[in-house]
Design a protein around this ligand. Structure first.
Ligand code: ADP
Length: 162
């Protein structure tokens, strides 16, 4: 039987417990999940692409059949190269929806690759990488929002040690 592969794309600057929840739930639906980390220079990331990939690899290390890769260019081209049948997106609120709907339709039109939406766990629906960074920057406690490795790196980065 052919392996059913999903791509979960994002910037992951840094990965949060909300992202991890989507990864685990996608893995329950697919044989393999490829976490596709995008460079995204437009967003001036706090962590470099290499750091973001290393962090995601560290936090998913204990899980089988989850790959972490970077991608450039069109996401649907990457999805085709990886033999994926679906893209997975998390929806936190209606504000995510407009843009994601348009992207999903465009990606389907371009390639026939489906987009599957997973509704955010309400426990994490307020969580975004940018808010986590803002809280951490001012010394707030983010321990409940990100894996311990990420909380540690945020503390190092904002103390100027990272
Ligand atoms: P982007 O740069 O595309 O916004 P992110 O790294 O912020 O990428 O997020 C990647 C994906 O994870 C998106 O589909 C986003 O909707 C989803 N996501 C982000 N935070 C959460 C969360 N707390 N719960 C569920 N999904 C989330």
């Amino acid at each position: 039987m052919t392996e059913r592969i999903a791509i979960y794309p994002g910037t992951f600057d840094p990965i949060t417990n909300g992202h991890l929840d989507i990864i685990a739930r996608s893995r329950a639906q697919f044989d393999r999940v490829v976490v596709a980390v995008s460079q995204n220079p437009g967003k001036s990331p706090l962590f470099t692409l290499e750091e973001r990939i290393a962090i995601v690899k560290e936090v998913v290390a204990a899980h089988d059949h989850i790959d972490v890769e970077s991608f450039e260019g069109l996401l649907v081209d990457f999805a085709k190269r990886r033999g994926a049948s679906a893209l997975v997106k998390g929806l936190r609120a209606v504000t995510d929806f407009d843009y994601e709907l348009q992207m999903a339709q465009m990606n389907y039109r371009l390639s026939g690759v489906e987009t599957m939406f997973l509704v955010a766990n309400p426990v994490y629906s307020f969580l975004s990488s940018s808010l986590v960074k803002e809280v951490a920057q001012f010394g707030g406690d983010v321990d409940e929002m990100v894996p311990p490795e990420v909380a540690r790196r945020l503390r190092e980065r904002f103390r100027g040690e990272g």
